[in-house]
Design a binder for this molecule. Structure first.
Ligand SMILES: [Zn+2]
Length: 265
């Protein structure tokens, strides 16, 4: 991705050099070196990011530092938060050389403040509330795929949007989930400040934790405004990330089936 400058090794694709998650995020199919272990367990222990539990004691999933304060705010505190945020937008208007008293901009700070809280509402959502009652015991062990889930997120490096499609697949181990819940989970993690690599991984890890399936695969295809509007200005560039766990990581045939199914038009 185009986000912070690359200091070294320009030969490695930039989104890989900057990924805080050392494993499992790749633009290519993963290799077979982890094939001897249960993928779910193997992948967890290798990644420092997920040393934090998937769901914390408040029921939040990887909350930010201020998430709980935001979630528990009283009406008065919410008002103060909005005022502070819109004040910051006034500063932006001033700094870009605008006249903040101009008619068209009068309501912009408060409007933007509210929009920003909406764009990041995923911090406040609890996985349990989303998944509630939607995990079922089922004797089904064939691949389940939900593809082309549209998402909109904000790049945490530039606070500008990136958006695209997420394809999610898993092979159940006697537990399945309501398909709309997968879409809501994608929404929850994308409505945060994100990088594409982390979004990919979070969706995969949560599914594997909740369902304990035989395997999980997540592929994200997105275009980033921070690439299109600034920097290299390549508006057509798409970034693809993937996270394969379990038998989708260890078995080339399974992975191939998954990738074939999601690429079928
Ligand atoms: Zn960016």
């Amino acid at each position: 991705m185009d986000c912070p400058p690359i200091e070294s090794k320009p030969a490695i694709p930039s989104h890989l050099t900057k990924c805080p998650l050392p494993l499992s995020v790749s633009t290519e199919a993963p290799d077979k070196k982890d094939s001897t272990n249960t993928p779910l367990a193997t992948t967890r222990s290798h990644s420092p990011y997920i040393q934090q539990s998937t769901i914390d004691f408040n029921g939040l999933s990887w909350p930010g530092r201020g998430t709980l304060r935001r979630k528990k705010a009283t009406d008065k505190e919410k008002g103060e938060l909005l005022a502070k945020l819109s004040g910051a937008v006034k500063t932006i208007l001033e700094c870009v050389g605008e006249d903040q008293d101009r008619e068209g901009l009068l309501d912009t700070p408060m409007r933007y403040a509210k929009a920003m809280l909406f764009f990041t509402k995923g911090y406040e959502e609890k996985l349990h509330d989303i998944m509630n009652g939607a995990v079922f015991d089922e004797e089904h062990d064939e691949m389940v795929i939900v593809k082309d889930i549209e998402f909109f997120s904000l790049c945490e490096h530039h606070l500008v949007p990136f958006s695209g499609k997420i394809h999610v697949g898993y092979i159940p181990d006697r537990r399945v989930i309501g398909l709309s819940k997968i879409v809501r989970m994608v929404e929850m993690f994308s409505r945060r400040l994100q990088i594409q690599e982390r979004l990919t991984k979070q969706v995969a890890l949560v599914l594997s934790e909740i369902l304990q399936p035989q395997g999980v695969g997540v592929v994200v295809e997105a275009s980033h405004l921070c690439i299109g509007m600034r920097g290299v200005q390549n508006t057509g560039a798409m970034t693809t990330t993937s996270c394969m766990l379990g038998c989708l990581r260890s078995t080339a045939k399974m992975r191939e089936e998954f990738l074939n199914l999601i690429s079928r038009k």
